[in-house]
Design a protein around this ligand. Sequence first.
Ligand SMILES: Cc1cc2nc3c(=O)[nH]c(=O)nc-3n(C[C@H](O)[C@H](O)[C@H](O)COP(=O)(O)OP(=O)(O)OC[C@H]3O[C@@H](n4cnc5c(N)ncnc54)[C@H](O)[C@@H]3O)c2cc1C
Length: 358
Amino acid sequence: MTNEKCDITIIGAGLTGLALAYFLKDSDYDIQILEARSRIGGRIHTLMREGFTPMEMGATWLGKKHTALTGLLDELQLEIFEQRMGDTAVYEPISTSPPQIVQLPPNDQPSYRIKGGSGALIQRLADEIKDSCPIHMEQPVTAIEEVGEEMLVRTNTREIRCSKVVSTLPPYLLLKTIQFSPELPPKIEEIMTQTHTWMGDSIKVGLHYREPFWRSGNLSGTIFSNVGPIPEMYDHADFEDKQFALKGFLNGVYHTVSKAERLEMILRQLRKYYGNQVNDFLEYEEAVWCNEPFTFVPYESHILPHQNNGHPVLRKPFCNGKLFIGGSETAEQFPGYMDGAVRSARYVLGEVKSLGMS
Ligand SMILES: Cc1cc2nc3c(=O)[nH]c(=O)nc-3n(C[C@H](O)[C@H](O)[C@H](O)COP(=O)(O)OP(=O)(O)OC[C@H]3O[C@@H](n4cnc5c(N)ncnc54)[C@H](O)[C@@H]3O)c2cc1C
């Protein structure tokens, strides 16, 4: 068991944690990040393979209204590009009628993707902080304790004493997986118990192809289906439009079946629209987020999408300004989204600066 000391311990190397460390990089504070997984990025997870389009298994799209995120991307000189929608979409309203091709209206608020994948932002932030903030991987935090004027953060192999602790875990996950001493006030525990972890129970699926056959005729890669099992799918070509894929969501109930069964049902649905050429995929990728213990634990009761996201009690510092609950779900604006993560990091930065170190 190590026994360390620092000014600020950040729990989680997702977008909130990395952005906060980046915003603090020129401060005099001694900062460390503890990350449970063996990779950084959290709910941003881009699979990068030579010769393939960066495949987003987590966060993908942003809008121009996401100004905290676009501001950070501009600062880091990372480009964005518009999501290709095509002029038409495959639309399946009900299982008893065949799929239709519908004309898509002009979109005055298009979605954008990050050139090189959302993972490019994560990697860039990690590069920026590499000399100012160590990231300790595979260090799931198990306990946070207030000990006099200090905070004590425990993992199975480390004990870190610090002036401030910032959690960036989704609030529900934080409550269910990390022990607090003293316990958090009942009011905040009640809210955290009912705070939705955005996309925590979703399934992302992607198929790489040599050619974008879905763009021929009056078709596109855009699919909206009430029949499923894929409710939404999109053209996932890279920025250069050289590497091709289709990527979408699979109905979350299919976490119970095997990967092979999921693939078979996806191909069955796609064959209805594009014929047998869908069988000639190069690779199939999927992420079943409810099986990721560092993102999701089952809820105790039914929680609505975005429930309690952005709730003001989540932005209250605890333990006399020594403990902060950050993370995208706590942001005042666009909670749950990448933009919310950057806003949360900015908010905690402001609080840390105004409270100072004890
Ligand atoms: C499938 C999917 C699709 C999405 N699509 C979009 C989209 O298109 N656009 C958009 O804006 N947003 C989208 N999101 C949401 C977006 O990914 C999140 O808002 C954002 O990435 C949250 O960042 P965060 O750092 O706040 O949280 P997280 O990314 O959850 O980071 C928390 C970090 O804490 C770590 N951790 C967990 N437990 C512990 C522990 N005990 N000790 C130490 N570390 C721990 C985790 O491993 C993780 O790295 C999507 C999310 C998913 C899952």
